[in-house]
Design a protein around this ligand. Structure first.
Ligand code: NAD
Length: 282
């Protein structure tokens, strides 16, 4: 029997706990989000983040810059936020315009306010398995989901598809720290089936609809689908993951749907990280 993982229920449970905890605080955790330009998807993402933060009783602000903002202006703003005692968490919405050096911007954030965990100091903590400040939101949410559904990680063969700094790469390190045997596949990997067929857990974060098919998997596999792909269907646009859900669910013991699986957990992790940074700064 396949079980469909429900990220929304777990998200709501965790956010309710955070809200209850935050209601007892005199000074509230605070998240500042920087956005550059007018990309509609990025605008939706930052508005959702602010809305969720306010819903659970945190403070949150969106700081907007025009597409042609100078790099030094952004660096100046981040410096100001780094030194502002009322700001606990800083997030710079990516991608940034091409004239901005993204690496420089990320590295200018105080690691103790780096809520996305993209700063090399924080990434390094994870890669060396030593007292991480916070964990990156999507990988953290995936591991939380697996825990909620009592999935054993130690000793399991895990195949991750996608090696971005946001998902695959830190997730590989985090699962290695939890004693899984991890294979990290990417766009240059040859014959991904060779790896997935022997996997107990397959996590796909490539952003390609239909990439993971049933014949690539063993019976009873656990499939975590991070992909978010908007495809055209006869009924209009539809959001799907990387897995061919209908066929893959016949083989999987547990599978995350898209939407409603990993996505809700990412925002939940962002709120947890904001709270954790707040606590560290008290
Ligand atoms: P990215 O473009 O930075 O990275 C994609 C990765 O997939 C790369 O490492 C690339 O090597 C690999 N890849 C591409 N084509 C491949 C192929 N044919 N076979 C194997 N590997 C391949 O993307 P990202 O930011 O990591 O996001 C990946 C997907 O996950 C996107 O669909 C994105 O929307 C989604 N995403 C979802 C959440 C969420 O909260 N649900 C969070 C982050 C990203």
């Amino acid at each position: 029997m396949t079980q469909i993982i429900n990220g929304k229920i777990l998200r709501d449970k965790i956010l309710a706990e955070l809200k209850a905890e935050a209601s007892l605080l005199e000074v509230k955790p605070s998240l500042s989000v920087i956005i550059v330009g007018n990309d509609p998807a990025s605008k939706i993402y930052v508005n959702t983040k602010k809305k969720k933060a306010l819903e659970i009783g945190f403070k949150s602000e969106i700081i907007e810059f025009d597409e042609d903002v100078q790099e030094r202006t952004l660096l100046g703003k981040i410096d100001e936020l780094n030194n502002d005692k009322n700001v606990n968490a800083i997030l710079v919405q990516l991608p940034l315009p091409a004239h901005i050096n993204t690496k420089k911007i990320i590295e200018s954030i105080n690691p103790l306010k780096d809520v996305d965990c993209f700063h090399p100091y924080n990434a390094g903590k994870i890669f060396t398995n030593s007292d991480a400040v916070v964990y990156p939101c999507t990988p953290k949410g995936i591991i939380r989901l697996l825990r909620e559904y009592n999935v054993e990680i130690a000793g399991k063969n895990v195949v991750i598809i996608g090696r971005s700094n946001i998902v695959g790469r830190p997730l590989a390190a985090m699962l290695t720290n939890l004693d899984a045997t991890v294979t990290l596949c990417h766009s240059k990997s040859q014959n991904i089936s060779y790896y997935t067929q022997n996997a107990d857990i397959v996590i796909s974060a490539a952003g390609i609809a239909g990439l993971v098919k049933a014949d690539m998997l063993k019976d009873g596999v656990i499939v975590v689908d991070v992909g978010m792909n908007r495809i055209e269907t006869p009924d209009g646009k539809k959001l799907v993951g990387d897995a061919d859900f209908e066929s893959v669910k016949e083989k999987a013991a547990l599978i995350t749907p898209v939407p409603g699986g990993v996505g809700p957990m990412t925002i939940c992790s962002l709120m947890e990280n904001t709270f954790e940074l707040y606590k560290l700064q008290q």
